[in-house]
Design a protein around this ligand. Structure first.
Ligand SMILES: Nc1ncnc2c1ncn2[C@@H]1O[C@H](COP(=O)(O)OP(=O)(O)OP(=O)(O)O)[C@@H](O)[C@H]1O
Ligand SMILES: [Mg+2]
Length: 403
């Protein structure tokens, strides 16, 4: 949002300090909630991109999702604090501020230090992520109705790691708001294809198993230090997800416990029914692997590892230079916008399963610029300037053709 600048005060109480990152739909600012007296609290303010903000239908859906998200309270879910519109009509979502970095940056900090990603920490993070997802999947409303919230956009950048060792999943429901808004407009779905479960490509509805598949991809990539589903463009990635060829993790790393490899490959089963029964049982599986194979992994070593990752990425120095806060924080874990607005449309003939409901129409994909992989040579060259880093995931747009 170009009108936003450091120092700007939104809704009389949120002072923008500096942009912290940018995703497909919004810019996230590190900000300060100013209260009476000297009260101040760090917060994250998410500003919807102008083009999205201009769409009142999208905004009303965003508002609805923010309201639902605000009701989700769990130690592994980023708390939504506020949602509103400022005096010039721009929208904002206020969340708790996580001092640290996202999983994407944490993972890619390891090759810089010539280290493999420590599997006990990845497993411990997996436990916490699954606990957060479990709480959302089993959500019960105030009046006692079971009303699950499916994340739909589990990806490395939506998992935040605190310097104090906390693990929190963010952006619940936002993908749904985008999908639903799009359905009534140009019939566009937006998401991150590389983390998309194969059944979604063939038109099935997102559900708990599709979130678990995404966690499997995130963990596989973290341990393998490479992308799982790759391609030169979104179409190729889509075909790779659909093909479902997944290299065994133990062929790539010999130090992983067999039970961990098995658990991750269970989450990555192509058939949703063959994955874990639910997020909680997946969390329990990872937790028991930790108990059997290592010393307990708690917040202390994880926090230490987050602080070390910030050091390796050179983000602590930047943070100290620009922030009044004493704590280290990511300076600008920004992502490259892989917006596909001006790309050629290419049909993909994806067969729709008999059992599929809800989305009967064939799907076509907009062909994008070639993806810059997470761990490609090109990426490594860009590492000295964190601002130039490419995003961790592909944005994609599937266009549903009217039957
Ligand atoms: N509550 C938060 N506290 C601290 N940093 C945050 C918070 N939320 C987001 N960020 C940072 O801002 C970055 C951008 O977030 P944003 O959600 O806009 O984009 P994204 O996660 O990359 O993509 P997507 O649009 O799919 O969510 C994140 O990667 C993270 O580093
Ligand atoms: Mg996000």
């Amino acid at each position: 949002m170009s009108r936003d600048k450091p120092g700007k005060i939104i809704a009389g109480r949120y002072e923008l300090l500096e942009p912290s990152g940018e995703g497909g739909m919004a810019v996230v600012w590190r900000a300060k909630l100013i209260g009476a007296g000297n009260f101040a609290r760090p917060v994250a303010v998410k500003r919807i991109h102008a083009a999205k903000g201009a769409d009142s239908h999208f905004v009303s859906l965003f508002e609805e999702e923010a309201r639902v998200g605000a009701g989700l309270q769990h130690p592994n879910i980023v708390q939504i604090i506020d949602f509103g519109v400022d005096d010039v009509g721009d929208y904002f979502l206020v969340m708790e501020w996580i001092e640290g970095l996202d999983f994407h940056h944490w993972v890619r900090s390891f090759p810089r230090g010539m280290e493999v990603t420590p599997w006990p920490l990845v497993t411990a993070i997996g436990v916490e992520v699954c606990r957060g997802l479990g709480a959302a999947h089993e959500r019960v409303t105030e009046d006692g109705q079971v009303s699950p919230i499916i994340h739909r956009d589990v990806s490395p950048s939506n998992i935040l790691l605190g310097t104090n060792g906390t693990v929190k999943v963010t952006d619940f429901g936002l993908a749904r708001a985008m999908d639903r808004a799009s359905m009534t407009r140009p019939n566009v779905i937006k998401g991150k294809l590389a983390y998309c479960a194969p059944e979604l490509i063939t038109g099935a509805k997102a559900g708990p198993p599709s979130d678990l598949f995404a966690v499997g991809v995130v963990m596989w990539e973290a341990l393998a230090q490479q992308r799982l589903f790759t391609g030169k463009n979104d179409l190729e990635i889509l075909l790779s997800v659909r093909k479902g060829e997944i290299q065994r993790l133990d062929e790539l790393r010999s130090d992983l416990p067999a039970a961990l490899v098995m658990a991750i490959h269970t989450a990555l089963e192509p058939e949703p029914a063959n994955r874990f029964e639910n997020a909680k049982s997946m969390a329990r599986a990872f937790s028991s692997i930790l108990h059997q194979h290592t010393e307990p992994v708690d917040a202390e070593p994880l926090g230490r590892s987050v602080r070390a990752a910030l050091e390796r990425l050179g983000m602590v120095k930047q943070a100290k230079a620009s922030r009044p806060s004493a704590d280290p924080a990511p300076a600008d874990p920004s992502s490259v916008d892989l917006s596909l607005s001006d790309v050629e449309i290419m049909d993909v003939h994806v067969s729709v399963q008999d059992s599929v409901q809800d989305v009967p129409a064939p799907i076509s994909v907009q062909k994008s610029e070639p993806l810059r992989g997470l761990w490609s040579d090109e990426d490594e060259k860009a590492l000295p300037d964190e601002k130039e880093l490419p995003d961790k995931s592909a944005s994609f747009e599937l266009v549903r053709k009217k039957p």
